[in-house]
Design a protein around this ligand. Structure first.
Ligand code: DGL
Length: 270
């Protein structure tokens, strides 16, 4: 039994770490496509091709269920994959829905009409591809009315994190938050709509100020996966071994991952 977790690079580790804590008995196979990161500046077709290839690799590793722990892939490729590519006995899930359910205070599967919610002004920080897909606003509109969303495409942040240049990443976060505040001076909530960004959560919170509630996905996705597996236990696939796979240089990726998660992580070549 194994569940696959995919990201363009290291960001999905924030999700896999939370899932490992919540579901310690489920082996997780992580695949980071670091050779092709960042996805956030690619076209939807390109993101679709890379995401299906990586997901197939996780199916081949014995995973029947794959979580796209990547907002860019969830925004640009997931719907197309679910409509025409995912085999009948497999499932691929994204990371937007659990986040939007938390923001709109909904339980899983609550399909009641959209209604007013507490948060009125939401800042969305995400990659350029996620922002231009408008997938977040679309999912939100199914569940809530009267929420003003201002999206900020955070160019460069993923590259800086993948390169381990945290000083540059921090400076970019500050400048993206400043740009957002010029458009929306007082957001009530901020969504970290890229799984790399929780690695910079402190920088976002400092730049936004203490009154802005930060929503990030790791724990929300882990909780939602635990709930899904209670309802669909058969979706934990036949694979028995977890592990970390990368399309990049395993040594370099292992050292960055170890630095981020503050424990030894060893990647193998995908
Ligand atoms: N972690 C991915 C996301 O959640 C980053 C995408 C990228 O590679 O640009 O969007």
């Amino acid at each position: 039994m194994a569940v696959g977790i995919f990201d363009s690079g290291l960001g999905g580790l924030t999700v896999s770490d939370a899932v490992a804590k919540r579901l310690p008995d489920v082996p997780l196979v992580y695949l980071g496509d670091s050779a092709n990161a960042p996805y956030g500046v690619r076209t939807p077709d390109d993101i679709y091709d890379l995401t299906t290839k990586a997901t197939q690799r996780l199916f081949d590793a014995g995973c029947d269920l794959v979580i796209l722990a990547c907002n860019t892939a969830s925004a640009a490729a997931l719907r197309r994959m679910q409509e025409g590519w995912v085999p009948k006995d497999k499932r691929v899930l994204g990371v937007f829905v659990p986040l939007i359910e938390a923001l709109t205070e909904r339980q899983w599967g609550d399909n009641s009409p959209p209604r007013e919610v507490d948060v009125k002004h939401v800042a969305l920080f995400a990659t350029p591809a996620t922002v231009s897909s408008r997938a977040f606003q679309r999912e939100l509109a199914f569940r809530a009315i009267g929420v003003d969303v201002e999206a900020q495409a955070c160019g460069g942040v993923v590259d800086a994190i993948e390169d381990g240049d945290m000083i540059l990443a921090e400076a970019l976060v500050k400048s993206h938050v400043d740009a957002l505040k010029r458009k929306m001076p007082k957001p009530d909530a901020a969504v970290l709509g890229c799984t790399h960004y929780p690695l910079m959560a402190d920088a976002f919170q400092t730049a936004l100020g203490p009154d802005v509630k930060l929503f990030s996905q790791a724990e929300l996705v882990a909780e939602s996966l635990a709930d899904y597996l209670t309802r669909r236990p058969e979706m934990v696939g036949p694979g028995k071994e977890g592990g970390f796979l990368t399309t990049g240089d395993p040594e370099q990726v292992s050292s960055r991952a170890t630095q981020f998660l503050r424990r030894q992580i060893t990647f193998d070549a995908a």
